[in-house]
Ligand binder design. Structure first.
Ligand code: MN
Length: 490
């Protein structure tokens, strides 16, 4: 973990202490306890110094006499920018719960949220740390406020943590909130999980021992541990399966962390040689990552004493990313990322987080005062992504419902501008065909082809639309009859 002190950080603590002097939390503690707790969370997530300082100062603009100018003068542009973003977000907070309804007031707040978000994703990470600490201390608030904050967290913040693949955060937020939203159900399910774990304890220990022995024999370096399902995810899963506990196979899972991808598949093979894999329960999220970038192998097996156990197998890096998500990327690429943020570029984000680029583009449009369809915005944030492949196996992520031209423009505008046809999974198809998760897409082009206005109806991504409009409008190229000459693009 990063050192928690530096002259700048210590100075920020002094400034925040002075600013919040005489203020108290609902828990009765001096207010400074809260910003310091946020600081600690951000450190645990491995965030950079500016983010940590902004975390310490995050409530000063809203609640104290300190101004943005003061912060800029003392700590620089970047910290001031982050604090300003968090302040805007917290103004938007009340409206966020009603995103679905698009009330006029909500729209304004949501707009502010998007603008803040689009500028720097670290604003959101500070907000998540802020929310986490407020949840941890929620018991101090009156019951109606508890419910409101908890519900908002389940609807907005926990899904966002999931979108950023911050698994630990998602689980903690969801369980803390669920306890307030539906205390009876929470306790019921918590007891159920505990009871199950207790009954499974002995046989799990035996399985762990068997597997460890087999892996050692193959000289594989590994760690193995049990993972307990969170209450809220069990609740959601039961709802999906008509409350039938018999269909929940991953109540307890064993997690095996290894050195590299080859070992992941090796371990999978060894487990399948020890126990009988259940039909249709092998999931290769390494070859086909989840939409949030999560990678792991999952398999559910039936042991010799007829117990059903799920195994999750992944590398250290995948595990780190699964637990800390975007924050982990910051940790590894911090320099590169912060440099690029300063330059206003974020192309070094992992490809599975390209949706952030889309957010930034939208935010830029909003700032320019251009009209933005908020319904589409919401879609970009929360809707499912699909992953499709080039014939060479490169993974391209697109929003659900994307069409071949979206894919073509994602590859390159030169390819998009010259599309004459598309092959999906090796078969000729057409440009109106919605792409499906896992499709292999081959774009056929001709250098004589030119972009057509009618294509505007055959794209759904803002990226492709921008490229196509650019090709259509400033262009003076005449529309020449197309000579069909197919070139293959991988
Ligand atoms: Mn706060």
């Amino acid at each position: 973990m990063k050192p928690s002190t530096s002259p700048r950080i210590n100075h920020a603590i002094e400034v925040a202490k002075k600013a919040h002097e005489g203020q108290f939390r609902k828990t009765g503690e001096p207010y400074i306890v809260h910003p310091l707790a946020v600081k600690k969370i951000l450190e645990e997530w491995g965030m950079d110094e500016d983010t940590i300082i902004a975390g310490i100062l995050h409530d000063t603009i809203e609640d104290t006499s300190l101004t943005l100018e003061d912060i800029k003068k003392e700590f620089g542009e970047s910290v001031a920018f982050l604090v300003d973003g968090v302040t805007k977000l917290s103004t938007a907070r009340n409206g966020m719960r009603d995103i679905d309804t698009y009330l006029p007031a909500t729209k304004d707040n949501f707009l502010r949220l998007m603008i803040a978000l689009g500028d720097d994703i670290r604003v959101l990470i500070i907000k998540l740390a802020d929310r986490l600490h407020n949840l941890r201390t929620l018991s101090a608030l009156p019951p109606d406020k508890q419910k409101k904050i908890a519900k908002e967290t389940l609807e907005v913040f926990a899904p966002l943590a999931d979108r950023l693949n911050m698994g630990l955060l998602r689980v903690e937020m969801a369980d803390l909130s669920f306890k307030y939203v539906d205390p009876k159900r929470f306790n019921e399910l918590k007891k159920l999980i505990e009871k199950y774990n207790k009954s499974a304890e002995k046989s799990l220990a035996k399985i762990e021992e068997e597997v460890s022995k087999a892996l050692k024999k193959e000289k594989i370096k590994f760690t193995i541990s049990g993972r307990v399902k969170s209450v809220y995810s069990l609740h959601k899963k039961l709802a999906k399966h008509n409350q039938n506990m018999g269909e929940i196979y991953d109540l307890t899972a064993l997690r095996i962390i290894v050195e590299d991808v080859t070992d992941c598949y090796l371990v999978l093979g060894i487990i399948h040689s020890l126990y009988t894999p259940m039909n249709g329960r092998i999931k290769d999220y390494i070859a086909m990552p989840k939409q949030n970038g999560y990678q792991s192998l999952h398999t559910t097996v039936i042991t010799k004493d007829k117990r059903i156990v799920e195994f999750q197998i992944r590398t250290k890096e995948m595990h780190e990313y699964a637990e800390r998500g975007l924050a982990a990327s910051f940790y590894y690429n911090e320099q590169k990322l912060t440099e690029n943020y300063k330059k206003g570029k974020i192309e070094h984000l992992p490809t599975n987080l390209l949706w952030i680029t889309e957010l930034q583009m939208t935010a830029a449009r909003l700032r320019e005062g251009k009209k933005v369809d908020l319904r589409k915005l919401k879609l970009n944030l929360f809707a499912d992504k699909i992953f499709v492949y080039t014939p060479k196996g490169d993974i391209i992520d697109l929003p659900k419902g994307a069409l071949p031209l979206d894919f073509a423009y994602r590859l390159h505008s030169e390819i998009g501008d010259h599309v004459v046809g598309v092959k999906i999974n090796g078969k000729m198809s057409n440009l109106n065909k919605k792409l499906e998760h896992g499709d292999i897409v081959e774009i056929l082009t001709s250098k004589n082809q030119t972009p057509k206005p009618s294509w505007l109806d055959r794209i759904i991504t803002p990226h492709a639309r921008t490229k196509l409009l650019h090709a259509l409008h400033p262009s003076t190229r005449p529309e020449t009859p197309t000579k069909k000459k197919h070139h293959k693009h991988a």
